[in-house]
Ligand binder design. Sequence first.
Ligand SMILES: [Zn+2]
Length: 66
Amino acid sequence: MSMTQPEILVRGTCPVCAADVVPAARPEESELLPCPECRTMLVVDGTAGGRVVLSEAPRIEEDWGE
Ligand SMILES: [Zn+2]
Protein backbone atom coordinates (compact mmCIF):
# COMPACT_ATOMS: atom_id res chain seq x y z
CA MET A 1 0.00 0.00 0.00
CA SER A 2 1.58 3.16 -1.10
CA MET A 3 0.68 6.28 0.66
CA THR A 4 0.98 9.35 -1.43
CA GLN A 5 1.61 12.27 0.78
CA PRO A 6 -0.58 15.15 -0.22
CA GLU A 7 1.22 18.38 -0.72
CA ILE A 8 0.47 20.46 2.29
CA LEU A 9 -0.33 23.86 1.03
CA VAL A 10 0.23 26.36 3.71
CA ARG A 11 -1.06 29.77 3.06
CA GLY A 12 -1.11 33.03 4.83
CA THR A 13 -2.93 36.29 4.76
CA CYS A 14 -1.40 39.53 3.66
CA PRO A 15 -1.47 41.91 6.63
CA VAL A 16 -1.82 44.85 4.28
CA CYS A 17 -4.64 43.89 1.93
CA ALA A 18 -5.89 40.61 3.46
CA ALA A 19 -5.28 38.68 0.27
CA ASP A 20 -4.46 35.00 0.39
CA VAL A 21 -0.76 34.47 -0.07
CA VAL A 22 0.13 30.97 -1.17
CA PRO A 23 3.83 30.24 -1.22
CA ALA A 24 5.08 28.10 -4.08
CA ALA A 25 7.02 25.94 -1.70
CA ARG A 26 6.98 25.27 1.98
CA PRO A 27 7.95 28.60 3.41
CA GLU A 28 10.82 28.95 5.77
CA GLU A 29 11.07 31.39 8.58
CA SER A 30 12.28 34.83 7.56
CA GLU A 31 11.67 34.00 3.92
CA LEU A 32 10.46 36.90 1.85
CA LEU A 33 7.27 36.57 -0.16
CA PRO A 34 5.72 39.25 -2.27
CA CYS A 35 1.97 39.69 -1.94
CA PRO A 36 0.35 38.88 -5.29
CA GLU A 37 -2.26 41.58 -4.76
CA CYS A 38 -0.55 44.65 -3.37
CA ARG A 39 3.03 43.57 -4.04
CA THR A 40 4.10 44.35 -0.54
CA MET A 41 7.13 42.36 0.50
CA LEU A 42 6.12 40.07 3.32
CA VAL A 43 8.33 38.17 5.67
CA VAL A 44 7.47 34.76 7.08
CA ASP A 45 7.36 34.95 10.85
CA GLY A 46 6.63 31.27 11.15
CA THR A 47 3.69 28.94 10.96
CA ALA A 48 0.78 28.62 13.35
CA GLY A 49 -2.05 26.16 13.04
CA GLY A 50 -1.08 25.22 9.52
CA ARG A 51 -1.05 28.80 8.39
CA VAL A 52 1.84 31.01 7.53
CA VAL A 53 2.23 34.02 9.74
CA LEU A 54 3.18 36.93 7.56
CA SER A 55 4.17 40.43 8.43
CA GLU A 56 5.18 43.36 6.36
CA ALA A 57 8.87 43.24 5.64
CA PRO A 58 10.79 46.27 6.75
CA ARG A 59 11.62 48.47 3.86
CA ILE A 60 15.20 48.25 2.90
CA GLU A 61 16.53 51.72 2.57
CA GLU A 62 18.67 51.62 -0.45
CA ASP A 63 21.16 54.29 -1.13
CA TRP A 64 19.97 55.81 -4.33
CA GLY A 65 22.35 58.69 -3.97
CA GLU A 66 19.71 61.33 -3.42
ZN1 LIG B 1 -1.30 42.38 -0.02
